[in-house]
Write a protein that binds this ligand. Sequence first.
Ligand code: LLP
Length: 432
Amino acid sequence: PLTAKIDAQDHLEMGGCDVVELVKRYGSPLYILDEVSLRTACQQYRDAFREYYQGSSQVLYASKAWNCLAICAIATSEGLGIDVVSAGEMYTALKAGVNPQLLYLHGNNKSVDELSYALVSGCTVVVDNWLELQTLDRLAKEQQLQPRVMLRITPGIECHTHEYIQTGHLDSKFGFDPNEVEAVLAFVSKSSLNCIGIHAHIGSQIFELQPHQDIGQVMIGWFKIASEKYGIELAELNIGGGLGIRYIESDDPPSIAEWVKVVSAGVTTACEKAGIPLPKLLSEPGRSLVGAACITAYTVGSSKTVPDIRTYITVDGGMSDNPRPITYQSKYRAVIANNMSGALEQTVTVAGKHCESGDILIKDIRLPKTEAGDVLVVLGTGAYNYSMASNYNRLPKPAAILVADGSASLIVQRETCEDLIRQDCLPDRLRL
Ligand code: LLP
């Protein structure tokens, strides 16, 4: 995070707050989000599009990375729209006060209720498949509305990232196959839907620039076909998200500005070649906005040394608050917040407290000597940590706080055991 420093007591400080003190006050595990980092990333995207793209543009925050009221509010206050993928995300964004005109609903199996909710609220729907197209058209006719929609098209672009987070290749569950697009446009031209543009997303945690540059080339052709053959004037092109972030030293992602420059050039060149005006360019980054802005603070507990093999140190969370290592073999860095300059004397494996051998947050990391009670901080946990957190082993989800200018505010309360049984029902005949 941009505001991270080491203070006079050799403690990690972020947003002007001593992380060790924050853990004393709010407990652990604790997600700590740096407001300056988040706002800066939003501004970098916004400013880079202004600089490198001659047409109009709109950045949307892909809120699946971390959807909560406070983050939706921050992204909105920086002029971003929000990409949502469920009624729950849409509800949260609307409750945060996001203008529905800047809300885009995604998803490859939206329910009828979700579609109705989007229609009534005035959100744009990014249509993924035939069933949805037909359902939406029926709902629009019933409600005498002309909803704004975009069409998600599988671009057929491969990129190098974990197989689970690739989405642009043809063998993907998302979007219309390019072979179907003309039939879709024909349907749309006779429907009640107001088709404003098209969308493609190729995957996540991507460091290469070429695949994103290619999106323009692949997608711009549809603008001409839609207009000339089907009378549909597409105005917006959404190129998705996917820029990766640095998790470990050896990660070397391009900067936000470089990414924007390249995608803008890709779209601009394609438009020049096709002789069509620049569309409004939308992008929807998630990870690169929020990922590096957050850390997770844990308290170190037990440890175990297996002679000649490894030393485990265990923290008070794990795969329930950060399922990424066990799901994608993701790598993270960590520091000891109460001993920032200590010599890196030991190689340890940081394990979580779950009943699962694979519940390892970091394998083989060099750290200073640790003891129970130390505050271990994992860096870069803003994206897909809280949003993918679970209650495995009935661990309550951690609290999240926002730090800025030396003060901390709670943005998500810590769950309690009472919260955990809130949805449980005990039929009378089972009462003990
Ligand atoms: N737009 C669409 C349509 C998406 O599906 C995604 C991510 C994004 C935008 C944002 O991508 P980003 O800028 O965050 O890379 N849980 C996985 C990541 C799944 C990404 C899903 N879609 C992980 O923890 O790595």
